[in-house]
Design a protein around this ligand. Structure first.
Ligand SMILES: Cc1ncc(COP(=O)(O)O)c(C=O)c1O
Length: 476
C-alpha cells in the first residue's frame, strides 16, 4: 500500500518535472551561470509540505499551486531540489540586495561567528560600533546637520531584529519626544504587524481585530488609483484635515514609505511628501521614513527612497536589505530625539549582536564596491522601459511604475475601470515560474507584480525577464 503511494508520488513528480522541462524548453534562454549547485539529498517538496501543514502555523501561505522547494541560492539565482535554476526577481521580498550567498558577506558572518556569535550589549564589542558609525555616515547631511545644530555629533543608531520592531521603536520615540499620541499613516501602507505597527498598517488583509489606537490613515496619494489622481495638494489637504478634525491639533508623527512595497509598488504623487512633512511639523509631529523596502540603494537614483522626494525625515527605519537576509533592522535619528529613551531602560537582546552587525557592515561594503546602486539605476531604468514596451502590447497591463529595482506592473482586465486581474496574475506567475522566473505579487487587490530583484540583476537578466513575462501574458 505504502509502496504504491510512494510510486504515485514519484510518478506525479516525474510528470511535473517533465512538464516543467517542456515549458523550459519552449522558454527563452536564461543567461548563463557557471555556478553548479550542490547535490541535494534532503527531504522532498512533498515531505516538507506535509511537515509544514502538520507543525507550522495554518496562517502560513505560499506562492504557486505546487509550492517550490528552494534549497540553494547564488547571487540573482535560486535552485530547487532538482537543481533547476530560477532567476530571482523578488529577492526574498526585496531583502537580498547584494545577491544570494554573497561570498564577502558570508565570510564576514562566518568569521564573526567563529570568533564571537553573541554576548550582550552590556559589554563592549567593536562590531556594533563599527556598523553604527558606517550606517550613520550614509544618512543625508541634513539629518546629520540637524544633530550637529543641537550640538550633538552625528545621528544615533538603534538596532532591532526586524522592520516591525524598528517601526515600533520609531513610533514610540515620536510619541515620547512630542508628548502627543496621534500618528498619521497612509492608506494602503504596510509598516509591520505588532501592536503599534498594525495600527499604522492600513490594509484590512494585514489587520486583526485588536486594539490599535491613535493612528489616522490619510488618503493615499496614489497617482494611479487615488481619489485625487496625482494632485499632491488635495492629498495634503486631507492630512491637514486629519490634524484639525481628528486630533487635538498636535500630532506625534507621520510615517510613510517612499514607495509602498506590500501595497503594490505605489509611488506617492510628486510633491506630496515635502508638503505632508511641512503640515505634520506645523502640528508638532516628527516625520518617520519607513525605508524597510525602499532603502539601501534599491531605488537606484539615491541610497534612500525618501531622497527621491527631496525630504529629510526626523527618524529613518530600515530592515530587509540592511542585512542581505540576516535578521537585522535599525532606527536612525538625531541624538536629541534618541535621548527620550534614557527616561527608562530600553533594551533589545539580539539587536546589534556581533554576527548581524558584522554582516551589515559587509553589506555596506559590497554595495559600495560593486556599485550596486548604479546598477539598480541603470538596469532598473532599462527594465522599466522594456516593461512599458510590454504595456503597449498587452492590454492587461494597466500600469508600470516604480524606480530602480523597485518596480510594479499592475494587471487589470479593463483599463478604463481598472478592474484588478487577480486570477490572471496567478496564472501568469505560474507560467513565469515554469519558464524559470520568480517574481513577487502584491497590492491591495493582489494584482500587481512586484519586481524587486537582487541589485546585481543584469541587463541580460532583465531581457530574459521581459521575454518570459511577455510569453506568460500572451498565454492568458
Ligand atoms: C515597508 C515595510 N515596513 C515594515 C515591514 C515589516 O518588516 P518585518 O517583516 O521585518 O517585520 C515591512 C515588511 O514587509 C515593510 O515592507
Amino acid at each position: 500500500m505504502m509502496q504504491q503511494g510512494v510510486r504515485n508520488v514519484v510518478r506525479r513528480f516525474s510528470r511535473l518535472a517533465a512538464a516543467a522541462e517542456t515549458a523550459a524548453a519552449a522558454a527563452p534562454r536564461m543567461p548563463a551561470s557557471d555556478h553548479v549547485p550542490l547535490p541535494y539529498d534532503g527531504p522532498s517538496a512533498a515531505e516538507i509540505a506535509r511537515k509544514r501543514a502538520e507543525f507550522l502555523s495554518p496562517s502560513l501561505f505560499h506562492f504557486y499551486s505546487k509550492p517550490l522547494n528552494i534549497v540553494e541560492g547564488k547571487m540573482q539565482y535560486l535552485y530547487d531540489e532538482q537543481g533547476r535554476r530560477y532567476l530571482d526577481a523578488f529577492a526574498g521580498i526585496a531583502t537580498v540586495c547584494c545577491g544570494h550567498s554573497h561570498p564577502e558577506i558570508l565570510d564576514a558572518i562566518t568569521a564573526q561567528a567563529r570568533r564571537l556569535q553573541h554576548s550582550t550589549v552590556l559589554y563592549l564589542n567593536h562590531a556594533i560600533a563599527d556598523f553604527a558609525e558606517a550606517l550613520a555616515s550614509k544618512l543625508p547631511g541634513d539629518l546629520k546637520a540637524r544633530a550637529a545644530l543641537a550640538h550633538y555629533g552625528c545621528c544615533i543608531v538603534f538596532f532591532t531584529n526586524s522592520g516591525t520592531e524598528a517601526n515600533e521603536l520609531a513610533i514610540l520615540m515620536a510619541r515620547l519626544y512630542t508628548g502627543s499620541h496621534d500618528i498619521i499613516s497612509l492608506r494602503n501602507s504596510y509598516h509591520g504587524n505588532a501592536a503599534g505597527t498594525m495600527g499604522a498598517t492600513a490594509q484590512k488583509n494585514w489587520k486583526f481585530n485588536v486594539v490599535q489606537s491613535g493612528v489616522h490613515h490619510a488618503v493615499n496619494p496614489d497617482p494611479y488609483r487615488g481619489a485625487f489622481g496625482a494632485d499632491a495638494d488635495k492629498y495634503v489637504r486631507d492630512v491637514q484635515e486629519i490634524v484639525e478634525f481628528g486630533t487635538t491639533g498636535h500630532v506625534a508623527g507621520f510615517i510613510s514609505e517612499a514607495i509602498q512595497g506590500v501595497g503594490g509598488i505605489v509611488e506617492l504623487s510628486p510633491g506630496y511628501l515635502p508638503l505632508a512633512y511641512e503640515t505634520v511639523r506645523k502640528a508638532g509631529g516628527l516625520c518617520i521614513a519607513d525605508e524597510v523596502q525602499a532603502g539601501f540603494a534599491r531605488v537606484g537614483s539615491h541610497f534612500w527612497g525618501f531622497e527621491t522626494h527631496g525630504v529629510v525625515p526626523d527618524i529613518v527605519t530600515m530592515a530587509k536589505g540592511i542585512g542581505n537576509g540576516i535578521p537585522l533592522g535599525a532606527v536612525v535619528t538625531t541624538p536629541e530625539i534618541a535621548r527620550v529613551l534614557t527616561r527608562r531602560c530600553y533594551f533589545n537582546t539580539f539587536g546589534g549582536n556581533p554576527l548581524c552587525t558584522a554582516g551589515g557592515l559587509a553589506v555596506l561594503r559590497v554595495l559600495h564596491k560593486e556599485r550596486l546602486q548604479e546598477n539598480a539605476f541603470v538596469v532598473g531604468s532599462y527594465l522599466k522601459d522594456r516593461l512599458r514596451g510590454l504595456q503597449e502590447k498587452h492590454d492587461i497591463i494597466g500600469d508600470v511604475r516604480g524606480t530602480g529595482f523597485m518596480l510594479g506592473v499592475e494587471l487589470v482586465t479593463d483599463r478604463q475601470l481598472k478592474t484588478p486581474a487577480r486570477d490572471e496574475i496567478c496564472r501568469a506567475m505560474e507560467h513565469m515560474k515554469d519558464m524559470g522566473v520568480l517574481v513577487g505579487k502584491g497590492g491591495f487587490y493582489g494584482n500587481v507584480f512586484r519586481i524587486t530583484p537582487p541589485l546585481c540583476f543584469t541587463k541580460e537578466d532583465a531581457d530574459f525577464f521581459v521575454e518570459v513575462m511577455d510569453i506568460a501574458l500572451s498565454k492568458l
